[in-house]
Design a protein around this ligand. Sequence first.
Ligand code: ATP
Length: 212
Amino acid sequence: MSEPLLQAVDLECERDARLLFQNLSFSILPGTVTRVEGPNGTGKTTLLRILAGLNDAWSGELLWCGQARHQNRESFLRNTLYIGHRPGIKPLLTPLENLRALMAPRQPVPDQVLLQALAGTGLAGYEHVPCRNLSAGQQRRVALARLLIADEPLWLLDEVFTAIDAAGVQAIEALLQQRAAEGGAVLVTTHHDLDLPGMKRITLGGEVNHER
Ligand SMILES: Nc1ncnc2c1ncn2[C@@H]1O[C@H](COP(=O)(O)OP(=O)(O)OP(=O)(O)O)[C@@H](O)[C@H]1O
């Protein structure tokens, strides 16, 4: 069996003196899509932010490719894409400018590739319109255009289906499956009824947090 990309061992997190989860252990293997599920407020966003390295209020162990994540930090950051539940789109910038800015910490990407990605998310004709003039779903699609050019093997995606129409949902589901089929892995939170073949689940909010 291939080595896990990411492993969580006995994760525990408390916020405002409320225990969100404890003894939470799981492995994210290449070729898998995992849904993090649970009612509102059970810690799905918090867990994804912990996994992405954006929240330090936790205990336990996180391993990236078999080594402690903090010792393998550069490799972890280079190979992980995190998209949060807020699109993170600047309203005064156009979709093209936003996508350029989102890609800036990575390798430079030619505008032609960015424009193709925007067209691929249904934004052809809107590339140069300030994002404040776009709908909520269109703004989210700007952030999701990242998925069409992402070469990171691990995707951590928080509520990426919010405000997206039925055709867009299908397209995103296909991208998640494609990433897994290419040997990557996806961890996704959603309240949308996501049920892909072979999908794994991490359920928060019960007496016991568990992986299925
Ligand atoms: N910045 C914060 N400071 C303190 N507590 C917070 C903060 N953000 C969230 N929380 C608390 O952490 C808990 C988990 O929040 P989180 O956003 O991770 O839940 P969630 O499962 O993603 O919820 P939802 O399904 O509503 O998106 C909630 O009880 C919330 O009140």
